[in-house]
Design a protein around this ligand. Structure first.
Ligand SMILES: C[S@@+](CC[C@H](N)C(=O)[O-])C[C@H]1O[C@@H](n2cnc3c(N)ncnc32)[C@H](O)[C@@H]1O
Length: 526
């Protein structure tokens, strides 16, 4: 299942880019060594420290680094999502401000760039990395990220990580951490990356290592670029874009809140989104204090998600336009935008979701919509809707469960979890859901097939396979619908779209998740 904004996503985090070396974390509380000063030391009161025995002092580990390590272990051992585990852990341990920022960058940056660091570490460790204790390997990765990705001075990165390893893994492993990190620190990042490029058997393998992606994903992305009429050589830019945490984008749900309503947005800096009329970019990272967000009049939503939803709502339609369906609605980001747009036209939305807990999230997300905008939130298998309610809807969204390869920048660990074997079951489900949507829409009605993956097997191939079996569906001009959805003054003619009848958005081109959209019309044979 793909990672989604509004789904507890890490949209609130801003964990710095990879090749720029990140930021240094020096201020009053976190000194130029990236080490946290204790509250007593910040006050110039060193009594607590001097009253401790040296052996006790050595055991004290920086809480921010400890938090990052503990999250990494939970991600590894329990398949946890870092963006769901880290924020409560920081709250629980009272890690705030710059220290929380340091822990966040350390956690997400290490997870995201794990492939790069493993390739470097493999040249510094005298045995295969998979044979190492996983906790030791995580400590090494954390150390590598501090040295190569965060501009923490080497002596601090090494000694703090050695202390962490001693505390959490053991004295022997701590010695190894010391030796290995010293080797890592012998070269700057650029030199390491050149070595990885040179030693790779081919350019794509080198790029996958330096930009920290599994090779199968790098390959699939390159095929997706070419299959969407773009230059396959953009692959480097695309993979690099996955390594940069996206800015937080909000959706102002039409009719619920106005962009110009200052009270609704509170004391935050917002700028208009690049493409969607509903999009606002937050100059900062924490949207939770914004009144409009708290009240559900606005939400966190990638601009690509907004654009595809607006394109479905605006696609030309003759005749009845009263009942809309979101077939796979959880957790409800697109359903809320659709319902807001439907309400403005006197139409209503049915939101369907197979997982009960996600259906409850949809209910929550839709709670602020005006009476009558939402006909029903229901828990059910979308594959059955077409047979149960043939021709019952005028517009249908299929935001299909997918690999989420288009949203890797949001879920730092997801690229390491996905495998090519996920594709078989997902694409079968995607075909069935699309077929059901086409049955559920009335003749003349419109279906939007959406994925947050650019993988050709999940996008173009699903659509062409489903259409092969039917003679009652035509493809619409999806780029035209997307251009119409671009906000006034946003340069509808400037949005780079390929010469195809579907649309693929890209992080490195559009600054959005890599959303795919195909618009289809059920033919009216009357
Ligand atoms: C990509 S997410 C949808 C995201 C949502 N549109 C949003 O913007 O918040 C796909 C959703 O499809 C649901 N799903 C999976 N299989 C389904 C099925 N057979 N019928 C309906 N929903 C399904 C998943 O539980 C997941 O919530």
């Amino acid at each position: 299942m793909s990672g989604y904004e509004g789904d507890g996503g890490n949209a609130g985090s801003q964990d710095g880019g990879p090749r720029d070396g990140g930021r240094s974390f020096d201020d009053d509380r976190r000194n130029s060594s990236g080490r946290q000063r204790s509250a007593s030391r910040s006050r110039g009161d060193d009594r607590s420290r001097t009253s401790q025995a040296p052996s006790e002092r050595r055991k004290r580990t920086d809480p921010a680094r400890m938090a990052a390590f503990d999250v990494l272990r939970e991600v590894d051992e329990s398949d946890a999502y870092a963006n769901l585990v880290l924020p409560p852990l920081l709250r629980e341990r009272h890690i705030r401000g710059r220290d929380a920022g340091f822990a966040t960058e350390l956690t997400y940056g290490t997870l995201r760039l794990r492939g790069r660091y493993d390739a470097i570490l493999a040249t510094c460790v005298d045995r295969p990395l998979p044979g190492l204790d996983p906790a030791l390997l995580d400590a090494l990765r954390l150390g590598a990220h501090q040295v190569l990705g965060m501009r923490v001075p080497v002596h601090a990165a090494v000694s703090e990580t050695v202390g962490l390893a001693r505390n959490r893994v053991g004295a022997g492993p701590a010695q190894m951490v010391n030796a290995v990190l010293r080797r890592v620190s012998e070269r700057p990042l650029d030199e390491w990356l050149s070595i990885l490029e040179k030693e790779a058997p081919d350019a794509l393998t080198g790029l996958a290592a330096t930009e920290s992606h599994p090779l199968w994903i790098a390959r699939a992305m390159r095929e997706a670029l070419a299959g969407n009429g773009r230059d396959a050589d953009e692959i480097g830019d695309l993979l690099a874009a996955d390594n940069v945490s996206p800015r937080v984008t909000l959706v102002a749900r039409p009719g619920l809140v106005d962009v110009s309503d200052e009270a609704a947005w509170g004391d935050v800096d917002l700028v208009a989104g690049r493409w969607a009329s509903t999009a606002l970019r937050l100059e900062g990272s924490d949207p939770s204090g914004i009144p409009a967000v708290r009240e559900g009049l606005a939400g966190v939503q990638d601009e690509g998600s907004q654009l595809v939803t607006l394109a479905l709502a605006g696609a030309p339609l003759e005749g009845r336009d009263e009942r809309w369906l979101d077939l796979c609605a959880g957790p409800g980001g697109k359903a809320a935008l659709l319902a807001a747009l439907a309400a403005q036209r006197g139409a209503t939305l049915v939101a369907n979701e197979v997982a009960p807990h996600r259906a409850r999230l949809v209910e929550k997300t839709l709670a602020a919509l005006p009476d009558g905008a939402v006909e029903e939130v229901r828990t059910g298998d979308g594959r059955e809707v077409g047979a149960d309610e043939p021709g019952a809807y005028d517009r249908v969204l299929v935001d299909a469960p997918c690999t989420g390869l288009g949203a890797l920048r949001r879920r730092p660990e997801s690229r390491w979890r996905r495998t090519p074997s996920d594709l078989g079951a997902l694409t079968a489900l995607q075909r069935e859901l699309l077929a059901s949507a086409l049955d559920a829409v009335r003749p003349g009605g419109v279906v939007a097939y959406v994925t947050c993956s650019p993988h050709l097997a999940e996008t173009q191939l699903v659509v062409s396979d489903v259409l092969k079996k039917r003679d009652d569906v035509e493809r619409l001009d999806t780029p035209a619908a997307v251009r119409s959805a671009v906000r006034a003054g946003g340069g509808a003619d400037e949005i780079p779209l390929s010469d195809r009848d579907d649309v693929q958005l890209w992080p490195h081109v559009h600054g959005t998740d890599a959303m795919h959209l195909t618009l289809l019309r059920k033919m009216d044979r009357r």
